[in-house]
Design a protein around this ligand. Structure first.
Ligand code: NAD
Ligand code: DAU
Length: 366
């Protein structure tokens, strides 16, 4: 039985991980530590809020004293670290928060873990610090380059990926120097439920429903490898249970798409749903699909992202061979589920987008 501290568990991947974990390991204890920034949302954890093995603490990972208290009070043996500033565009316009949370926050967690799990113990204590990282630390690929392996040299290009790379190095150093039991996973682009609508796929779905333009940066031929979020949770599960201490594991979907093609795919899926269900035209009268007009006409090419990485691709051979990892969801099934989730959960995305959810949170905690 494990006792987990999950940082950033009210965000997109963290919340999906908590759902996954408590449903697969109902005996385990899960404490979520989350600062509830604009990207964190307690509603994402509503399905587990009444679970007696779940608890939530609002707080900042930079608060080392708080982290130490949680590690001791909850007898935590496994820390799964998702908390981060995660949006590349925001890192370009305002890198400070990325340096604070992604680098200094990870450093604060490492210091707390070292103190509580190594320094203050008379006897060895079985523990794990799992760091959730990204494929973006490896930089960018041309169309003909081989995919990133765990041995690809780090070459981050945005303030976001540089801050993640820095945190990865600190995690590695805490293992090498102090003997902290760490693992790191480097995952490709996730998609699925609870994805904040500033990121490409949920932005496109919600804009289609509001008849807003679908912004394509540059020529739209940048390539990402898309993975259904539950398959990321599954990969982390395997790393936690079978991964070797001190190792990095790549997690990917073997599913490369150019941005423009993924946007067209989502347009087509939404049109199919409207054709199947007349109720959608009543609920979303602004959508072009409601009047059987061409959704793709909303596609608008806009100025490219500064320093935009051209292509990411993950070679997950090590994770597959060592841990037996294979994504369970195909892209076809995963994207269909995702579109359905957004059509069914209008209240969620409206609240996170118009800020009314944040106002409610402020009220709860002021
Ligand atoms: P997200 O932005 O949806 O969620 C981040 C969460 O962290 C939010 O709940 C936020 O409130 C919380 N948080 C931010 N700063 C905090 C702080 N100082 N203290 C405590 N909590 C804080 O991010 P996500 O997309 O779920 O990504 C989670 C992790 O996975 C990140 O580390 C990210 O780098 C990594 N990752 C993301 C993807 C992806 O496609 N989204 C892919 C690979 C890796
Ligand atoms: O690769 C993993 C990374 O994937 C994670 O580490 C990041 O946290 C996560 O945000 C994601 O980064 P990306 O920059 O790849 O994701 P985003 O959804 O912002 O953009 C996906 C692609 O779509 C990228 O090439 C930029 C492009 N894009 C994005 C937006 C928001 C557009 O063309 N138009 C848009 O409006």
């Amino acid at each position: 039985m494990k006792k987990l501290l999950v940082t950033g568990g009210a965000g997109f991947i963290g919340a999906n991980f908590v759902h996954y974990w408590l449903s697969k390991y109902p005996e385990d204890n899960v404490v979520v530590l989350d600062a509830l920034t604009y990207a964190g949302n307690l509603e994402n954890l509503a399905v587990v809020q009444n679970n007696e093995n779940f608890s939530f603490v609002k707080g900042d990972i930079c608060d080392q004293a708080l982290v130490e208290t949680l590690l001791i009070d909850h007898q935590v043996d496994t820390l799964v670290h998702f908390a981060a500033e995660s949006h590349v565009d925001r890192s370009i316009t305002g890198p400070d928060a990325f340096i604070e949370t992604n680098i200094l926050g990870t450093y604060s967690l490492l210091k707390a873990a070292k103190k509580c799990w190594l320094d203050d113990r008379d006897k060895p204590f079985e523990h794990r610090f799992h760091h959730v990282s990204t494929d973006e630390v490896y930089g960018t690929l041309s169309a003909s380059d081989p995919a990133f392996t765990e041995d690809t040299a780090y070459a981050p290009n945005s303030p976001y990926s540089a801050s993640k790379a820095a945190s990865d190095h600190l995690v590695r150093a805490y293992h090498h120097t102090y003997g902290l039991n760490v693992t790191t996973s480097n995952c490709s682009n996730n998609y699925g439920p609870y994805h904040f609508p500033e990121k490409l796929i949920p932005l496109v779905i919600t804009n289609i429903l509001h008849n807003k333009s679908l912004p394509i940066y540059g020529d739209g031929m940048q390539i990402r490898d898309w993975l259904y979020v539950e398959d990321h949770a599954y990969g982390i599960d395997l790393v936690l249970n079978k991964g070797r201490i001190g190792e990095n594991y790549n997690i990917g979907g073997n599913n490369e798409w150019a941005n423009i093609n993924i946007v067209k795919e989502v347009c087509a899926l939404v049109e199919t749903r409207f054709a199947e269900s007349s109720e959608l035209a009543t609920r979303f009268p602004e959508a072009l699909a409601a009047i059987e007009a061409n959704t793709e006409s909303l596609i608008t090419y806009v100025t490219d992202r500064l320093g935009h990485d051209r292509r990411y691709a993950i070679d997950a051979t090590k994770t597959r061979v060592e841990l037996g990892y294979e994504p369970k969801e195909t892209f076809e099934t995963g994207i269909a589920k995702t579109v359905s989730w957004y059509l069914d959960n209008e209240a969620w995305w409206k609240a996170v987008m118009d800020g009314s959810y944040q106002d409610w949170v402020e009220g709860q905690y002021s």
